[in-house]
Design a protein around this ligand. Structure first.
Ligand code: FAD
Length: 306
């Protein structure tokens, strides 16, 4: 196990670049490291908070009074398309390397920042596919009982931006098993590049944000119909894009302190000028209220407020 560091600023470990210090921070690269971290936290009567790539979290300004355990390091093996990956592996790095070996099919997920474990916890997805479409099993460690359990896909309770692990943070995802298909390496690389280019076209990706701040909500039929008429497109699962609702509610470009509901894609709440977590939280509340009062629709955070 690496050395536990004390009083470490977390902002630079997140894509928002916001937030105060962790009382303690530890980087881990194996399941055994996580067990040691849990034992150390128990000895010191500390709560444990898990951090992956930090691309879907808002850290409070006052920091986190806990041991923050950060999963690091790319480690995976592929046997004829069956991938066994450490949860801390970066999704895009694994996709590129496995694609070069001729295994893929998941290139529409290219460019989603963060780790494979983080992607499973929130069932990350883009342009239709979600990580659940490729996951066969998930191994997780219960931080309260020490139990290790292999969850088959159906036990993970996956749905839009949701999994069992989101509702049960005591389970730490340690390994993810993925089924890929045989692909031409050149085609795989091209598809991943095209996906990333399309993401950039929709919204600059190199911004200080957590991606979409809110999940796309289900909405009453008349609002879904309004969206479909206006955009000449079918809604998915009766959901409408949160960004569309935010714009319609007049909140595109709204600011609180240094935080803005992006002009390019208003569901990206962006840290444009030294925003605090409080600025983001307040902006999120104002956005929610505006959408609720105009459409009667509740927005729910996709980003985890730790
Ligand atoms: C520019 C940008 C674009 C994005 N685009 C998309 C997109 O297209 N689609 C999409 O779905 N998301 C998108 N996101 C959001 C984000 O990238 C995903 O949610 C990603 O899967 C989060 O992974 P992470 O490792 O960064 O998780 P983190 O941000 O580190 O953590 C998120 C939550 O998961 C928990 N967690 C992390 N790892 C584990 C683990 N091993 N076990 C248990 N809990 C864990 C953390 O405690 C926290 O609550 C985007 C974000 C950014 C910044």
């Amino acid at each position: 196990m690496q050395k536990v560091k004390e009083n470490v600023l977390l902002a630079s470990l997140t894509t928002f670049e916001i937030g105060g210090p962790a009382k303690y921070l530890l980087s881990v690269r194996t399941e055994a490291d996580i067990r040691e971290a849990l034992a150390w936290a128990a000895d010191n009567k500390l709560r444990v908070v898990i951090l992956g790539g930090g691309s879907n979290v808002l850290i409070p300004d006052e920091g986190i009074d806990a041991l923050v355990v950060r999963l690091r390091g790319d480690l995976y093996a592929c046997n004829n398309g069956a991938v066994d990956s450490w949860a801390g592996t970066n999704l895009l790095s694994a996709m590129r390397a496995l694609g070069a070996q001729g295994w893929g099919g998941w290139e529409k997920l290219a460019g989603i920042p963060g780790t494979i474990g983080g992607a499973v916890r929130g069932n990350a997805g883009a342009f239709g596919p979600e990580i659940k479409d490729f996951v066969t099993n998930v191994r997780a460690l219960n931080s309260e009982t020490g139990e290790i359990k292999d969850f088959v896909n159906q036990e993970c309770d996956f749905s839009y931006r949701h999994s069992f692990f989101k509702d049960h943070p005591e389970w730490i995802i340690t390994r993810v098993f993925i089924r890929l298909e045989k692909v031409d390496p050149t085609v795989s690389a091209k598809l991943a590049d095209e996906t990333i280019a399309e993401r950039e076209r929709r919204h600059l990706q190199n911004v200080r944000a957590a991606g979409s701040y809110f999940m796309n909500p289900t909405a009453p039929a008349e609002i879904v119909a309004m969206f479909e008429r206006e955009k000449q497109t079918k809604s998915r699962e009766g959901r409408v894009p949160a960004g569309w609702l935010i714009e319609k509610a007049g909140m595109k470009g709204a600011t609180v302190g240094g935080a803005i509901a992006s002009l390019q894609h208003p569901n990206y709440l962006v840290n444009q000028r030294n925003a605090t977590a409080e600025n983001v939280r307040q902006l999120a509340e104002e956005v929610k209220e505006a959408v609720k009062s105009q459409f009667g629709v509740e927005l729910h955070e996709e980003a985890a407020v730790l």
